[in-house]
Design a protein around this ligand. Structure first.
Ligand code: GDP
Ligand code: CA
Length: 314
């Protein structure tokens, strides 16, 4: 069993690569739910949906999120009713949120609902929310403490970030499914997702750090920072705002003690030695996934790297 930890768009790219280069039911993706929120009374799980649509083969390739060729009739009608349309939701996407909300209201856990939705779309990898409890990522900025989607989408992640609060995290616990997947893992992959607001919340849920520490599987992370910058989104600004080094090395420092191997881009080759000194093996490669063949190429390299680490770990 390959276990991947992922946020949204960056995580989904590598998760799709892993999905396509390995037997389809041998992958479990544990996904951040700190971005989840309610809109129009509907429960939206942006990162889970991005991974689900991507692995089900229906993601919009232009954005990396949302459903390909989706229409906007529902949103436009809501606009006529006077609602502010700051969060893009296609009609197909609305159906996902309606189904999720209805099933949660009927009393099923987020894990159970997510399993049902992803299976219905033909996704054979297991899609596991990081927890069933509600956790909300809040972002401290000069404009005050903002709900995550307010910061990220409505205000286009333009505010400097001075702190992150994970509301509800004390009560959140690793799910039985995620614990079992990690216990059975032969490889653990920390995808190139935002280390602060995608991987950070997963690692902050009670039980993940100890489960990862207890695993004898090789654990490999891929840097989302290439050449001192995030390929998209605010990961670089967030690292800076929180006082971390804005580099692959800075990300490696955050994962110190949690992973055995770290993958960086050629652009960051000169950091390999410093990262190695953190107690990780380092793979220097082309870490940018431009298209689908690239995702599979990087996935293969990550699995080979992990196998190599695994053969020396025991
Ligand atoms: P979000 O939840 O949609 O913001 O997505 P994630 O947290 O999963 O991923 C965001 C991160 O993915 C950003 O920091 C990007 O730098 C990183 N990213 C996106 N594409 C790539 C890629 O091709 N290679 C690498 N190494 N990182 C990537
Ligand atoms: Ca996200």
């Amino acid at each position: 069993m390959i276990v991947a930890l992922a946020g949204g768009v960056g995580g989904a790219k590598l998760a799709q690569g892993l999905y396509h280069v390995s037997p389809p039911d041998s992958l479990a993706v544990i996904v951040n739910t700190g971005d989840d929120f309610e809109l129009f009374g509907l429960r939206i799980s942006p990162d889970a949906d991005t991974v689900m649509y991507t692995l089900a083969g229906i993601a919009n390739p232009a954005t990396g999120w949302g459903v390909v060729n989706d229409t906007r009739a529902t949103l436009e009608m809501l606009g006529r009713y006077g609602y502010e349309l700051w969060f893009q939701l296609g009609d197909n996407d609305f159906a996902t949120h309606i189904a999720r909300t209805a099933q949660l209201r009927a009393g099923d856990s987020l894990t159970e609902v997510t399993r049902r939705l992803s299976r219905a779309l033909g996704m054979r990898a297991a899609l596991l929310p990081m927890c069933d409890e509600g956790v909300a990522t809040l972002v401290d900025t000069p404009a005050g403490r903002l709900a995550f989607q307010d910061y990220f989408v409505r205000r286009r992640h333009a505010d400097p970030v001075s702190g992150i609060v994970l509301d509800g995290i004390e009560a959140a616990t690793i799910t039985a499914d995620a614990a079992q997947a990690i216990a059975r893992a032969t490889v653990i992959v920390v995808c190139p997702s935002n280390p602060v607001v995608s991987i950070g919340p997963i690692l902050a849920v009670n039980g993940y750090r100890s489960a990862l520490a207890a695993s004898s599987a090789p654990r490999v992370a891929i840097s989302p920072i290439v050449g001192g910058k995030a390929l998209r989104g605010p990961a670089d600004q967030m690292l800076a705002g929180l006082g971390h080094d804005v580099s692959a090395f800075g990300v490696a420092q955050l994962y110190g003690g949690l992973v055995d191997g770290f993958v960086i881009d050629h652009a960051d080759r000169e950091q390999a030695e410093r990262i190695g000194a953190l107690g990780m093996r380092v793979l220097v490669t082309d870490a940018v996934m431009r298209d689908e063949p690239d995702r599979q190429r990087l996935a293969r390299e990550v699995l080979d790297f992990a196998a190599d680490i695994g053969s020396s770990k025991r």
